[in-house]
Design a protein around this ligand. Structure first.
Ligand code: SAH
Length: 229
């Protein structure tokens, strides 16, 4: 059983230590090449230690992925920052995330002023992330299910981010992009993936531009347009 979520006193010595470490993490992300000041400010605002088990909270501000329930991970902060930067989020954007996991990336997107939709396939993670996001005052719209099919009810999206490794670029997600919308998705085998950014240029089937970025390692995207279980 995961620990119950209790909100800490923001003035406690522990919280002051976390705040200091969070500032240092932001400096580290900047030194590793994250340039978008708004993204860095969002990282300074979101308490990552609240999204991991208390036994791991001391490691929350290391630039590493950490285990969460169901054998999944909260992505490395640099990875979250890179994906967020590639999405070029503006306040008011409609953004879809596939793989809510801990809820941390969703919180970052809310912090940037986006209207956030996020899908998670594991009910336990869906429940847990919903609780913590709500306690912290973030209001994304969440759903439990297979995110490879997107969420047509709210489409089109200004940007879509997939936070698990896909075998191919999910076509359904491309088709839920707005014109000039961006899909950020890691694609590869189960060992490593290349970060892709697909930008929709127009209404036509071929109106997509593809850019490739560096190599990352994600947990697998499992679903109809992902890996089979
Ligand atoms: N964005 C998350 C990263 C979690 S790891 C965070 O900030 O913590 C990726 C998540 O994607 C896992 O929780 C996994 O269960 C989920 N996932 C994998 N395939 C999925 C699918 N088809 N639909 C929705 N979620 C999926």
């Amino acid at each position: 059983m995961p620990d119950p979520i209790t909100m800490p006193d923001p003035h406690s010595p522990n919280e002051r230590i976390f705040n200091k470490r969070r500032k240092m993490l932001v400096e580290e992300l900047a030194s590793k090449g994250i340039r978008d000041k708004r993204v860095l400010r969002a990282f300074e605002a979101v308490p990552r230690h609240m999204f991991v088990d208390t036994a791991l909270s001391n490691r929350a501000y290391e630039d590493t992925a950490l285990p969460i329930e169901m054998g999944q991970t909260i992505s490395q902060p640099f990875t979250v920052a890179k994906q967020t930067e590639l999405m070029e989020v503006e306040a008011g954007d409609k953004v879809l995330e596939i793989g809510t996991g801990s809820g941390y990336q969703a919180a970052i997107l809310c912090e940037l002023g986006a209207k956030v939709f996020s899908i998670e396939r594991h009910p336990q993670l869906y429940d847990r992330s919903r609780e913590i996001l709500q306690k912290l005052g973030y209001r994304p719209t969440l759903k439990c299910g297979d995110g490879t099919m997107g969420w047509s009810a709210y489409a089109p999206y200004t940007s879509i981010v997939v936070t698990a490794g896909a075998p191919v670029i999910p076509e359904t997600l491309k088709n839920q992009l707005d014109i000039w919308g961006r899909l950020v998705v890691p694609v590869g085998d189960e060992e490593k993936q290349v970060m892709y950014r697909i930008t929709r240029r127009g209404e036509g089937e071929g109106d997509f531009e593809e850019e490739k970025f560096s190599i990352f390692k994600f947990v697998p995207l499992i679903g109809r347009q992902g890996w089979s279980q």
